[in-house]
Design a protein around this ligand. Structure first.
Ligand code: PMP
Length: 363
């Protein structure tokens, strides 16, 4: 959709990337570390200074002590962390429960490793998890359950109750929870992010995945990390070693220094909540119906009431004719379930959101 947006000169609210600059101080630090000569391979699991900063942040946010030496691995973005985790844990014939709509890298990664995808649809509308259905799908071949909160593409979030249910379902099993938490700082309306790291029991069987791309407006830097108990981290690192080996060194130095003592991510909640509220207000008179977005920088709209056009077709039509690009939600389902929803990324300057909303209101 980004390519189509560019080909047709459309406003691009499709792909999830911010159009705000990376903080100057962080860019200056990358430059500084390059000039200082930090340009050779970093250690395989990541720079220890950065892993220590992450451990401190996890303690601050989730009151959990993580061993930076054995439990944190720096990866080439969350995508590599997800793929390395799946490769390390899922073997041919193993079943992996995936909640759909699902971020697009999950299913290909499971299949590449010979895993069997067991999709469970989230409830259309509020995108809550039906844990009874998840429970029914669990058997002795289930190796992994993948979760994502705050959730891309729907903007829904887990409650503490969701974590409880997950803990109950996985109790006394060998199931690993792979928890994609790249939007951990983008949770609205006073809610709090329910990280698996908060949960004493789930923590023991989970890999939690994060991305600096989302936190510092630097999706193109592709630096992320995963946190898992030593026994899992050891296996994940065996894959990471040959998939990537190590991650861009000056960026790791810069991130470590930038994070030091600074609560440099805390403004994100208010920042994105203002964007969400602005976009909702600007689009309230459009024929689209906004679905509740509790987190992430995506807003879902339903067009059930005014068109029966397939969502892919409408997304293409909007891009080509109205010059506004979005993402059809059916692409996030293995069977292209189409509930007539489009996703718009509001991580954009206010002027861009105003122009996009005008297009939606004038449809
Ligand atoms: N998981 C989710 C839910 C995402 O939205 C994204 C990025 N769009 C990723 C993982 C990948 O993150 P990264 O760019 O750090 O690989």
């Amino acid at each position: 959709m980004s390519k189509m947006a560019s080909d047709y000169g459309a406003i691009n609210l499709s792909q999830g990337f911010p159009d705000f600059p990376v903080p100057d101080a962080l860019v200056d630090l990358v430059r500084k570390h390059m000039i200082e000569g930090h340009n050779q391979y970093a250690p395989m699991p990541g720079l220890i200074d950065l892993r220590e900063q992450i451990a401190e942040k996890v303690f601050r946010l989730y009151q959990r002590k993580i061993d930076p030496d054995t439990e944190i691995t720096i990866t080439a973005g969350a995508t590599e962390a997800l793929h390395a985790s799946i490769s390390a844990i899922v073997h041919p014939g193993d079943e992996v429960i995936v909640l759909e709509p699902a971020y697009d890298s999950y299913i290909p990664s499971i299949k590449l490793n010979g895993g069997v995808v067991i999709p469970v649809a989230l409830h259309p509308g509020d995108f809550s998890v039906n844990w009874d259905v998840v429970k029914e799908k669990v058997n002795n071949r289930t190796r992994m359950i993948m979760i994502n909160t705050p959730h891309n593409p729907t903007g829904s979030i887990f409650s503490a109750q969701d974590l409880e249910q997950l803990a109950e379902i996985t109790r006394n099993t060998n199931i690993v929870v792979l928890s994609d938490e790249v939007y951990e700082h983008i949770v609205f309306d006073g809610e709090r992010h329910q990280s698996v790291l908060r949960h004493e029991e789930l923590l023991q069987r989970s890999v939690a995945v994060f991305s600096f791309g989302k936190t510092f407006h630097a999706t193109g830097w592709k630096v992320g990390y995963c946190i898992a108990p030593e026994i899992l981290s050891t296996e994940i690192r065996k894959v990471h070693q040959y998939l990537q080996f190590s991650v861009h060194t000056p960026t790791q130095f810069a991130l470590a220094e930038y994070m030091n003592g600074l609560k440099s991510y805390q403004y994100l909640t208010d920042f994105y909540q203002q964007k969400r509220d602005l976009f909702l207000k600007l689009t309230e008179n459009s024929p689209f119906k906004a679905l509740p977005a509790k987190g992430t920088y995506f807003q879902l709209f339903s067009y059930q009431e005014f068109s029966s056009m397939p969502d892919r077709k409408l997304a293409e039509h909007l891009t080509q004719k109205s010059k506004l690009a979005s993402i059809p939600i059916s692409v996030f389902y293995h069977d292209q379930t189409d509930n007539h929803y489009l996703r718009f990324c509001f991580a954009k300057g206010d002027e861009t959101l105003v122009r996009a909303a005008e297009i939606l209101c004038n449809l």
